[in-house]
Design a protein around this ligand. Sequence first.
Ligand code: ATP
Ligand code: MG
Length: 206
Amino acid sequence: MSFVVGLTGGIGCGKSIASQCFSDLGVHIIDTDVIARTITQSNGQAINAIKNAFGDTYLTKDGSLDREKMRELVFSDDDAPRSRLEKILHPIILNETIRQIGQARSSYVIVVVPLLFETKDYDHIVQRILVIDCDEQQQILRTMARSNLSEPQVKAIMTAQIARKERLREADDIIANNRDLDYLKTQVAALHSKYLSISISNPRPG
Ligand SMILES: Nc1ncnc2c1ncn2[C@@H]1O[C@H](COP(=O)(O)OP(=O)(O)OP(=O)(O)O)[C@@H](O)[C@H]1O
Ligand SMILES: [Mg+2]
């Protein structure tokens, strides 16, 4: 297996934009959010199990997951539906991630996992953890600007995620995404050199 960097960070901290910067440098990016969307599209790998567990009511006419309806269900007070859905999705996402790592041909691979610390699933897959960080006020403003979430809603999501301090403590590398895009790109370029040299000293077997 190739050298794998796990990229994570709180909501709106810049995971997507940072992974795009790595991708621009030719790094193979595997995004677990993208996989989650793909497997819940019509004929996706998770659709049959979702149908069996929740019934047709949670599928749209074209046979994909009805996200709106499912969101209402999993954000209700009852935890059971969310955990039932996660039990279906998480193993499929994990398997697909491993499959894609096996197919990747770049010197190293970045796997984007928003809840890397909250789930232990990726501990044995990633060799290094990169945290995209920004201060919390910025995080709130960026998330609000990009979604239609209110400030209390964003704060509630942040509370449900691992605390910033803990995330930073667990990181091997940190990008401080608290300035402009050039500042982000400079840090990405420096880490890219570092990861290339690590991957050269740890060549993939075979
Ligand atoms: N350095 C920056 N300068 C300007 N805008 C930024 C910067 N970093 C991120 N943004 C903007 O902030 C928003 C959040 O960034 P991004 O989508 O990359 O975060 P994310 O961590 O992927 O969020 P999510 O957890 O919701 O997936 C986006 O609209 C992005 O364009
Ligand atoms: Mg994102």
